[in-house]
Design a protein around this ligand. Structure first.
Ligand code: FMN
Length: 243
């Protein structure tokens, strides 16, 4: 095993969801900044980066949010909270930024087939893929079109509004995992939470309708009693298959 793999193995094994942090211990806020920078490097669907990260350091704000997390210790004892938010509503601006980036990459070069494909990906396909309306008219049309298309060719089925929400949450969750592993490497513990009043958290952050809370992560110096029991995983042969 490579030395890096050994270190990674240690990080993965040391990460445990921790529900109680040492509220007296000093906390390196720079470790959080570094971990957010690493989280932003996570893979994400079409590099649209439809995510946002809200840091909460203020004790009163943490206490208020802990209430919205149903009083969970992982929030009330946290040195900081990180709220990961999906921003499906920002697809147009992110598509334009990606398009501009590709254009910049090709500046002064002849536009061949590969370049055109890359430009069309952000210029044509992404607008088609991400356009939606909350009443689902566009997506119903897309679904019918997709079904007919599937009669003659291989088909990408994830075209509904529900699918778009899943897509942005997948990417946000990958960023959450990078963040948590990074915090473990920095010597801290974390707890991902989906147990919270999402409507109240969203309104507390003053977010628009198209934004959703993906996860709230509590963090701090972990206490032993904050880890509930031995790690349990279903036997490997029940979840890992080889084709
Ligand atoms: C999306 C997600 C939401 C979770 N929500 C909560 C939560 O609200 N409260 C909590 O105590 N743990 C929560 N957990 C932690 C899981 O219970 C924990 O990851 C699981 O029991 C495995 O334990 P481990 O993380 O220590 O390996 C959540 C984990 C994930 C991935």
């Amino acid at each position: 095993m490579q030395p890096n793999a050994q270190i990674f193995d240690e990080i993965v094994n040391n990460r445990r969801s921790t529900r109680k942090f040492d509220t007296e211990a000093p906390f390196d806020t720079e470790a959080v900044s570094r971990s957010i920078d690493r989280a932003i490097l996570s893979p994400n669907s079409s590099n649209m980066q439809l995510w946002e990260f809200y840091r909460v350091r203020d004790k009163e704000k943490i206490a208020h949010l802990a209430k919205l997390c149903f009083g969970q210790g992982a929030a009330s004892t946290a040195s900081e909270l990180l709220i990961i938010v999906t921003r499906l509503d920002k697809w147009k601006s992110r598509q334009q930024l990606n398009y501009a980036q590709i254009q910049k990459q090709f500046e002064g070069k002849p536009i061949g087939k590969t370049e055109k494909r890359a430009l069309d990906y952000y210029g044509k396909l992404m607008p088609l893929f991400y356009s939606h309306d909350r009443l689902n008219f566009i997506n119903t049309f897309k679904k019918i079109f997709t079904w007919f298309r599937s009669l003659t060719q291989l088909t990408y089925w994830q075209v509904s509004y529900y699918d778009l929400r899943t897509i942005v949450h997948k990417s946000a969750a990958l960023a959450a995992q990078t963040f948590m592993l990074s915090m473990t490497a920095e010597g801290y513990s974390t707890c991902p939470m989906e147990g919270f009043d999402s409507k109240k958290v969203k309104s507390y952050l003053n977010l628009p309708a198209g934004a959703e809370i993906n996860m709230i992560i509590g963090m701090g110096l972990g206490l032993k009693e904050g880890v509930y029991g031995e790690r349990f995983r279903i036997p490997r042969n029940q979840v890992v298959f080889e084709l």
